[in-house]
Design a protein around this ligand. Structure first.
Ligand code: AMP
Ligand code: TRP
Length: 348
């Protein structure tokens, strides 16, 4: 007999209290994690750990959408796991694992390709952005089917909520459509996930150009604050950050550069926008930026200190990931049994 998804779900929660909702999110080990990744994603994962049942995934298969040296990919994977742990992901409260260590992700992705339409993938803005201006030969099929693997990641775990930055909204909506279509065609199998995108911090902009989001792939040296930037570099980048005309520290649509800096200040200090505006009323950008640099250093400094310890002990990080993969696999394998049955795959 094949367990229904809801039965499978209940067995993971042995208490009588209502089951907590499950969170799943992922990040690519593509190097250069920055303040936008922290404020838009990792920080929220850490803060919500007690509220939900959490599964966090280092999505190495997704990185294959762009050329990368095998050795670099491995290093990035351990590096990102270390950053997540240093930022406060607690293996006692959250499952942390590497996507390709749980083969079911790639397997489900193939099956979900069967209920995904070419047109849907062709409309994804990330695909359009990343393939724009490139020759067909330079655009891999992985870049095109990337969102299908992302849908597999999410729905494999009966995920209720997916905490991500704004740029992932379209991918989560596609995951919902794919789950609904599968359920309609093969019977109720997957929980339909919802995006969890915060009103603030979901789109941190580049420090040198507030019309562009802070991004890992940006080559401009002062665009992003990397989580591993040293303290002097952080101070220098904030000092050089572009500002708006007028000189006033105020959050407003016509002040995109300063508004972005105020958002960063507010999220990292816990102060409200009104408090920040009042504190710097009648003072110039100089004072504000100098204080902002200390706020950022104060938040990132302790993460970097823990990171240095983890860098010295990669075996410890590997052991956490191996344990996480075992726990993730237990959930994923049960779900794949249901999927194979529903789709009529295998000899039965
Ligand atoms: P990526 O950098 O594409 O691997 O994204 C990893 C996570 O960070 C996703 O949840 C993104 O939505 C989030 N993220 C990336 N860039 C930003 C940004 N500039 N502001 C807020 N969140 C971001
Ligand atoms: N595409 C996401 C990004 O670039 C990474 C990702 C892969 C992801 N699978 C996921 C995010 C599942 C959330 C849930 O940020």
């Amino acid at each position: 007999m094949v367990a229904s998804p809801s039965t499978a779900r209940q067995t993971t929660d042995l208490t009588l209290a209502p089951a907590r909702q499950r969170v799943f999110s992922g990040m690519q080990p593509s190097g250069n994690m920055h303040l936008g990744n922290y404020l838009g994603a990792i920080r929220n994962w850490v803060r919500q750990q007690d509220q939900y049942e959490n599964v966090f995934c280092i999505v190495d298969l997704h990185v294959l959408s762009q050329p990368i040296a095998p050795r670099t990919l491995r290093q990035n994977t351990i590096g990102l796991a270390s950053v997540m742990l240093a930022a406060g992901i607690d293996p006692g409260r959250s499952v942390l694992f590497v996507q390709s260590d749980v083969r079911e992700h790639a397997e489900l992705s193939w099956m979900l390709n069967a209920v995904t339409q070419f047109g849907e993938l062709n409309r994804m803005t990330q695909f359009k952005d990343k393939s724009a201006g490139k020759k067909d030969e330079a655009v891999s099929a992985v870049l095109f089917s990337y969102p299908v693997l992302q849908a597999a990641d999410i729905i494999l775990y009966d995920t209720d909520l997916v905490p991500v930055g704004e740029d992932q909204k379209q991918h989560i909506e596609l995951a919902r459509d794919i789950a609904e279509r599968f359920n309609a065609r093969y019977g109720e199998t997957f929980v339909v996930p919802k995006p969890d995108i915060k009103a603030e911090g979901a789109r941190i902009m580049a420090l040198d150009d507030p019309s562009k989001k802070m991004s890992k792939s940006d080559a401009r040296p002062n665009a992003a604050i990397a989580l591993e930037d040293d303290i002097d570099t952080i101070r220098r980048k904030i000092k050089r950050a572009v500002t708006d005309s007028g000189g006033e520290v105020r959050l407003a649509p016509d002040k995109p550069a300063v508004s972005n800096l105020i958002t960063i200040y507010g999220l990292l200090s816990g102060d409200s926008v009104a408090e920040i505006e009042a504190r710097y009323a009648g003072r110039g950008y100089g004072d504000f930026k100098a204080d902002l640099a200390e706020v950022v250093v104060g938040a990132i400094g302790p993460i970097q200190a823990r990171l240095a310890d983890l860098h010295a002990n990669p075996e410890h990080v590997r052991a956490i990931l191996a344990d996480g993969a075992d726990r993730a696999r237990a959930i994923a394998a049960a779900k794949m049994g249901v999927v194979r049955e529903r789709m009529g795959l295998g000899a039965g």
